[in-house]
Design a protein around this ligand. Sequence first.
Ligand SMILES: Nc1nc2c(ncn2[C@@H]2O[C@H](COP(=O)(O)OP(=O)(O)OP(=O)(O)O)[C@@H](O)[C@H]2O)c(=O)[nH]1
Ligand SMILES: [Mg+2]
Length: 250
Amino acid sequence: MSARIATAATLALVVPTYNERDRLPELVRAIFATYDAAGIDGELVIVDDNSPDGTGDVADELARSFPIRVVHRAGKLGLGTAVIEGFKAAEAEIVGVIDADLSHPPALVPRMLAALQRDGADIVIGSRYVSGGGTTNWETSRVLMSRFACVLARGLTPVRDATSGFFLMRRDRARGVTISAGGFKICLELLIRSEPRLVIELPYVFTGRTVGESKMNWKEATGYLQQLRDLYAYRRRRHLPRPNYRAERI
Ligand SMILES: Nc1nc2c(ncn2[C@@H]2O[C@H](COP(=O)(O)OP(=O)(O)OP(=O)(O)O)[C@@H](O)[C@H]2O)c(=O)[nH]1
Ligand SMILES: [Mg+2]
């Protein structure tokens, strides 16, 4: 019997899903088309929380045609822990997160990967709030809330879009990071607790969800305030220096 030596992929994108059955196939096709076009040896990890709409079955079906690992969790355990579980299930040394609702353009991923590999960044963030970035199809109230959330985080990090759900990082930096109970904004959590030396933001235009239900509610908002309180305390306790930081133009 001949042994096949499997080499780990370069990049693993994690897609956390909860009731995203209708959008997932399009996202998966777009991600692998981007990998192909850019020559990226990439994999995909879908972490589904037993979505009532059957997203988990759709993911299993897609895994027959694409190099996808599917992690099935018993119930809705939250976005933050889904991302951390996805990172653990990945083999690649560079990991990232992209939402399933087509809000984030996979076409930015090759640029993000280059910023990690070429420039030695520890975290690269797809950013709505640096020059060249923006939002479309998002109600003004959501934009204002999102901007306010980012302003509240400015005492923790120089990053303009610290609540972004679209980022890449080195997996070894995420290892051992324990996220706090209210850690819904996983990017912010990792930006502080993984203690990066260099963070880069790249602009993109976010598209508000066109299908499905928004999960934004008061519970999320108060959870975010708790998360901020924990992170400010953590940063003070650890006397963390601010990382080197730059925003790039596309
Ligand atoms: N596995 C898992 N995924 C989740 C959970 N909550 C949200 N997600 C997924 O995480 C991503 C981001 O969630 P969204 O609901 O789009 O959050 P948002 O962008 O802040 O708000 P809306 O787009 O307005 O709903 C999506 O791919 C969701 O399907 C969860 O509890 N578990
Ligand atoms: Mg969304």
